[in-house]
Design a protein around this ligand. Structure first.
Ligand code: ADP
Ligand code: MG
Ligand code: MG
Length: 487
């Protein structure tokens, strides 16, 4: 943890043996007591274990942290406006893009069109978003990696990781009982658990019904390992607002729910309760849909009167192509007329290029072939493991016909600060290694085609990965949940 910055946070140095003998049991007991857990890759229902986490919080400049937080409501508003699809801007972009990714973007687009044809009964839409950033080493600015509009995770566990790090600090465990190395306010705890469940509750309250109460349907993946992160939100929702939730996979919809054909209201069959909000923690990748019934189920949800978090247009607004187009000044201006707001957003951008036959696109293609080490190439997919990095780019591009390159975007690599030494706990493994961290800022926005009813910051997440890996998915096994020590 060496750095020329005299304010750079340092934890008392302990040997790996001391860490294993003293800190690891502390953190494991806290995690198991408080549900900072995840299912291992193969599991039965009673076998959870400590979630992949860091032992120490990671130093993060306060200014950069605040910069990322300060733009969240601007991003929420921006993506709400895009999703409103006034004069069909989003529709035209997605229609174009659908040709290049028929397997998924194209399917979602078709589904949206079909839902529109059958009739979209619910105008309200809920966005539970997460904007992800890497810290740029030169400017110390938080630079956006991507903006997620569907199935954002770790809002629940992030709070808990902050709590365990705060506990280890405040009880002097980091210093072998010689006092807390940091003030509490240097170790913030993300309030994402409370704020994301509040976002869901706000939508439930806005939902119009004659029923005395309704339920929220969490749409989850079969065999989900990250159950407890979702459960935190479910339990919060009940504890703070008395709102019940039910868990369904996309495959369950045709057997466990019924939509009234006249009112389009959606009911949960086992109890007959009305579903007010459908919260998607699945449905972001083609693997989530195994057959045509699954697609039909997604379509039914879209046409139902339940509020979707997100609906298909909002999900589609999160494609990487939209992120790229927003870096064009004229497009950003269209959605963000205020110059100051626009400047704040632009500060968080890095250069992203199209790979099409426009003038800029042709230049980008040349750059991708000539200096690939500066770039990451991204398709229109979510959930990790889809990108092509650096020198793999030219080799990859040569395997597909040039007219298909338009389905990708070319993004400048953000050069993060030199890595921080931390200790990663992953199952049985305790790894002392250099890590790189990605900051996520959550946001909630409730809107319809004309209005934005609420727009809020909703906490944060730090995910870290071993600095030797390009990707950082936690559940995918590349990364872990971390928290910050601000300086
Ligand atoms: P996904 O939707 O699959 O999560 P991301 O755009 O977040 O796709 O990319 C996955 C990972 O790749 C990120 O978490 C980050 O580690 C790395 N990455 C993506 N874009 C960049 C970039 N511009 N600079 C550096 N690393 C990046
Ligand atoms: Mg990502
Ligand atoms: Mg993503």
């Amino acid at each position: 943890m060496s750095s020329p910055d005299p304010n750079y946070p340092q934890f008392p140095k302990l040997s790996i043996d001391e860490i294993k003998a003293e800190l690891v049991p502390e953190v494991s007991h806290w995690a198991l007591t408080n549900g900072l857990v995840m299912y291992p890759p193969t599991f039965n229902v009673s076998q959870s274990s400590v979630a992949p986490i860091t032992l120490y919080p990671t130093p993060f400049p306060r200014k950069s942290f605040e910069q990322a937080v300060s733009v969240q409501t601007l991003y929420n508003k921006l993506y709400a406006k895009i999703s409103q699809d006034k004069d069909g801007w989003l529709s035209s972009r997605i229609e174009e893009l659908a040709k290049f990714d028929a397997e998924f973007t194209g399917k979602l687009w078709e589904l949206h069109l079909e839902a529109k044809k059958r009739g979209l009964s619910q105008k309200l839409a809920l966005g539970l978003f997460r904007s992800d950033y890497l810290l740029d080493a030169d400017s110390l600015m938080a630079k956006q990696v991507e903006f997620n509009t569907v199935s954002v995770s770790f809002g629940g566990l992030s709070t808990k990781v902050g709590q365990v790090h705060r506990f280890l600090n405040d009880t002097g465990k980091y210093s072998q009982n010689s006092g807390a190395p940091f003030y509490s306010e240097e170790l913030p705890v993300s309030d994402s658990s409370s704020l994301l469940s509040r976002g869901l509750a706000d939508a439930v309250k806005k939902f119009e019904t004659s029923e005395t109460h309704t339920v929220v349907a969490f749409i989850i993946q079969k065999g989900e390992r990250n159950v407890f992160d979702q459960r935190v939100l479910e339990y919060k929702l009940f504890q703070d607002y008395g709102i019940k939730s039910v868990r369904l996979t996309i495959h369950d919809i045709n057997t466990k729910t019924t939509m009234d054909p006249n009112t389009k209201r959606l009911f949960y069959n086992p109890t007959g309760e009305e579903i007010s909000v459908v919260y998607f923690r699945a449905g972001y990748s083609p693997q989530d849909f195994t057959n045509s019934q699954d697609w039909e189920n997604r379509l039914l949800l879209e046409t139902s009167y339940a509020i979707k978090a997100p609906n298909l247009l909002t999900q589609l607004a999160g494609v990487k192509k939209v992120q790229q187009i927003l870096t064009e000044e004229s497009t950003l201006k269209r959605f963000v007329p205020d110059e100051k707001e626009r400047a704040s957003l632009v500060d968080s951008f890095v250069k992203i290029y199209p790979m099409d036959d426009s003038e800029v696109g042709e230049k980008a293609k040349k750059m991708a072939m000539k200096s690939p080490e500066r770039f990451v190439l991204k398709p229109q997919r979510e959930g990790g493991g889809n990108n092509i990095y650096k020198t793999d780019i030219p080799l990859f591009l040569k395997t597909i016909p040039e007219h298909e390159w338009s389905g990708f975007i070319l993004m400048e690599l953000i050069k993060p600060l030199p890595t921080t030494e931390n200790v990663v706990i992953r199952g049985e493994k305790i790894l002392q290694e250099p890590i790189l961290s990605e900051l996520g800022i959550f946001g909630c926005v409730l809107f319809d085609e004309n209005e934005i009813y609420s727009n809020d910051y909703a906490g944060w997440l730090l995910r870290s990965k071993s600095s030797t890996s390009d990707e950082g998915g936690v559940a995918a096994g590349f990364g872990c949940v971390d928290s910050v020590v601000l300086y």
